[in-house]
Design a protein around this ligand. Structure first.
Ligand SMILES: Cc1cc2nc3c(=O)[nH]c(=O)nc-3n(C[C@H](O)[C@H](O)[C@H](O)COP(=O)(O)O)c2cc1C
Length: 178
C-alpha cells in the first residue's frame, strides 16, 4: 500500500514524528509518501490509498496551513482510511485536567473541516529551548514550570514515546488493510 504521511511543523519535532511514522510504515513493506503540508506539491500521481497526518499544537491550535490543507483534501481524506497524530505538551502534564484539555485539541479542527479520521493518536512533543527566540523561550519556560516540566533552557527536552507511536502505526495499518 502507498500511505501518505503528511505533516506540519513549527520547530521540527512533528517532522521527526512523521519521519518515524514513515519508517514504521516502510518497515511493514508498505510505501510511505512523506509530505510537508505547508509546502504543497504533487503526490496524487502516486495514488496513496490511506493517510496519516501529523500536526503540532501551538497556542491551543494546529497551524493554519495544516487546517487549510485538511479542508482542501477533506473529500479525499474521508474516502480512504486515515489517522491523525496530534502533537502537544499538555498531553504529558501531571495535571489531569490539562491532559483532558489536550485530548480535545483535535475537536475544533475536525469539526471545522469535517475530517473523520479513523484513529487519533495523541503524542507528546518536545521543548526545543535552543531554537526559541528570547520571548518564546520565556513564555514556554513559564508554561513548563507550571507543569513541572523541565526548565533547563540550555538544552532541548524530548517527550515523544516512540514505542507507542510505532504501535499506533501498526494498529492503523492493520485496520486499513482490513
Ligand atoms: C510558542 C509555543 C506554543 C505552544 N503552545 C502549546 C499549547 O497551547 N498546548 C500544548 O499542549 N503545547 C503547546 N506547545 C508545545 C508544542 O506542541 C510542542 O513543543 C511540539 O513539540 C511542537 O511541535 P513542532 O516542533 O513540530 O512545532 C507550544 C510550543 C510553543 C513553542
Amino acid at each position: 500500500m502507498i500511505i501518505l504521511v503528511g505533516y506540519a511543523t513549527v520547530e521540527g519535532q512533528t517532522r521527526k514524528i512523521a519521519e518515524a511514522v514513515a519508517s514504521a510504515v516502510e518497515s511493514t513493506g508498505n510505501h510511505a509518501l512523506l509530505f510537508d503540508t505547508a509546502l504543497g506539491g504533487e503526490y496524487a500521481v502516486e495514488h496513496p490509498v490511506a493517510a496519516i497526518l501529523c500536526a503540532p499544537v501551538h497556542a491551543a491550535r494546529f497551524p493554519g496551513s495544516f487546517a487549510a490543507y485538511v479542508g482542501q483534501e477533506v473529500a479525499w481524506l474521508n474516502t480512504v482510511p486515515s489517522a491523525f497524530v496530534s502533537v502537544s505538551m499538555l498531553i504529558r502534564s501531571e495535571f489531569e485536567e490539562e491532559r483532558e484539555e489536550a485530548t480535545h485539541f483535535p475537536d475544533t479542527l475536525l469539526s471545522e473541516t469535517g475530517w473523520k479520521p479513523r484513529l487519533i493518536h495523541r503524542a507528546a512533543g518536545a521543548l526545543r529551548y535552543r531554537e526559541y527566540d528570547f520571548f518564546k523561550r520565556w513564555i514556554i519556560r513559564r508554561m513548563a514550570a507550571h507543569e513541572n516540566a523541565p526548565t533547563d533552557v540550555t538544552r532541548d527536552h524530548e517527550f515523544t514515546d516512540w514505542t507507542a507511536l510505532a504501535a499506533f502505526v501498526q494498529q492503523f495499518l492493520a485496520s486499513a488493510k482490513a
